[in-house]
Ligand binder design. Structure first.
Ligand SMILES: O=C(COP(=O)(O)O)[C@H](O)[C@H](O)COP(=O)(O)O
Length: 318
C-alpha cells in the first residue's frame, strides 16, 4: 500500500535495500539517510507535527527492509534525533543538515579506520577476504596507498557472490586477486597472512555479526594461526545488545540457494538460507574502527561511550 506521506524516493530506496541492489552495512546506512533527506525536501507538510509524522513514517519504512545491519537503525536514529525546529522549514533544514553531516562522517570514519587497518598489514602480505565490505576494502586500499604490495585471496561468498564485487574493486586498486570457492578457504589459509572481514553489527560482548561463513572462516583461521580482523566503523556497534538483546539474523529466500527447477528435480528437501552468522569474540583478533583497534572483549567500553543513551526508536508513533 502506498503511504502518501512518503516521497517516492523513500519507497524506491526501501525496495532497493530489501532487494540488495543497495547492500553492505555502510552503503545501506548512507542510502537510508539520503532517502530521509529527500523525504524532508520533497514532502509537503502543512504543520510541523505533520512533517515530523511523515519523517517517522519514512524512517519506519526504511527500518523494515533488512534486520541485521545495525547501521540502518543507527543512521535513522542519528538523523531523527537531530530533527529540530518550530517551523516546517526549520525542521526540513535540520534534517538535511543532519544527513549531510552523517554521510560526511561515514566517509571520514571509513578513511580513518582504513589507515588503522592498513597498519596491521605488512608489505608483501596476502589477505583473505569474505563477502564485500567497504570498511575492509578501505584497509587494503590504505595499505596500497602507503606503498605496500598486498595480494588478495577472495572467497566468492555463496549464495550471492559478493566476492565478485570485492575481486573487481581490489583489481581496480591494483591488488592481484585470486578468487576461490568458499569451501577452498581452509586450504588457502596456508597462503594467507591475514583474514579481513567487515561487520553488519558488533554485539556488546564483542561478537561479530557478518556474512554467513565468517564464523567458520574465523575458526579455521585460528586453527591455522592466521590473524583475523574485522573492519567496522562505530556505526556498526549495536546499542540494543548493551541491554541483553540479541541481533536478529536475516533469513533470505530459498531460491537464492537453489533454483526452483533444480530443486523440483531433487524432490522434497528443506532449504535454509541464513544471511549472517556470529563469530564469538575469542575467534577474532581485532576490531578496527575509526577510533583505533580494539580487542573484541573491550568494544563494550566504546559502545557505552558512543551509544550509552540506549536504543530509542524515534520513528515510533508517539
Ligand atoms: O556482510 C556484509 C554484506 O552483506 P550483504 O551483502 O548481505 O548486505 C558486509 O561484510 C558488511 O555489511 C560490511 O560491509 P561494509 O563494510 O561495506 O559496511
Amino acid at each position: 500500500m502506498t503511504d502518501h506521506r512518503l516521497a517516492p524516493d523513500v519507497e524506491e530506496t526501501a525496495e532497493a535495500i530489501a532487494s540488495m541492489e543497495i547492500r553492505g552495512a555502510a552503503t545501506i546506512a548512507a542510502g537510508a539517510a539520503e532517502a530521509l533527506a529527500t523525504q524532508a525536501r520533497e514532502i509537503d507538510a502543512d504543520s510541523p507535527e505533520a512533517f515530523r509524522a511523515s519523517m517517522r513514517a519514512a524512517a519506519r519504512t526504511l527500518r523494515e527492509t533488512r534486520p541485521t545491519a545495525v547501521s540502518l537503525p543507527n543512521a535513522l536514529r542519528y538523523v531523527l534525533r537531530r530533527m529540530d525546529g518550530r517551523s516546517v522549514d526549520a525542521l526540513r533544514g535540520s534534517v538535511t543538515d543532519a544527513v549531510e553531516e552523517f554521510v560526511a562522517q561515514l566517509d571520514r570514519a571509513q578513511e580513518d579506520l582504513g589507515r588503522v587497518g592498513a597498519n596491521r598489514l605488512a608489505d608483501g602480505d596476502t589477505v583473505m577476504t569474505h563477502c564485500h565490505s567497504t570498511d575492509a576494502l578501505a584497509c587494503i586500499e590504505a595499505a596500497v596507498e602507503q606503498g605496500k604490495e598486498i595480494e588478495a585471496i577472495v572467497k566468492e561468498t555463496r549464495p550471492r557472490n559478493q566476492g565478485h564485487i570485492t575481486a573487481e574493486q581490489l583489481r581496480e586498486a591494483g591488488v592481484p586477486v585470486t578468487l576461490i570457492v568458499d569451501s577452498a578457504a581452509r586450504r588457502y589459509l596456508n597462503e594467507a597472512d591475514h583474514v579481513l572481514v567487515g561487520a553488519d553489527s558488533i554485539a556488546a560482548d564483542g561478537g561479530v555479526i557478518n556474512k554467513i561463513g565468517t564464523s567458520g572462516l574465523a575458526v579455521n583461521a585460528r586453527e591455522r594461526g592466521v590473524p583475523i580482523m574485522t573492519a567496522a566503523q562505530t556505526i556498526k556497534l549495536h546499542p540494543e545488545t548493551l541491554t541483553g538483546h540479541t541481533v536478529e539474523i536475516e533469513t533470505r529466500a530459498e531460491d537464492e540457494v537453489i533454483d526452483r527447477k533444480t530443486r523440483e528435480g531433487i524432490g522434497e528437501i528443506a532449504v535454509e538460507n541464513p544471511a549472517f552468522d556470529v563469530t564469538p569474540p575469542r575467534y577474532m583478533d581485532a576490531i578496527v574502527t575509526e577510533h583505533g583497534q580494539f580487542p573484541p572483549e573491550s568494544i563494550v567500553t566504546l559502545m557505552r561511550e558512543l551509544f550509552g543513551e540506549g536504543a530509542a526508536e524515534p520513528w515510533a508513533e508517539p
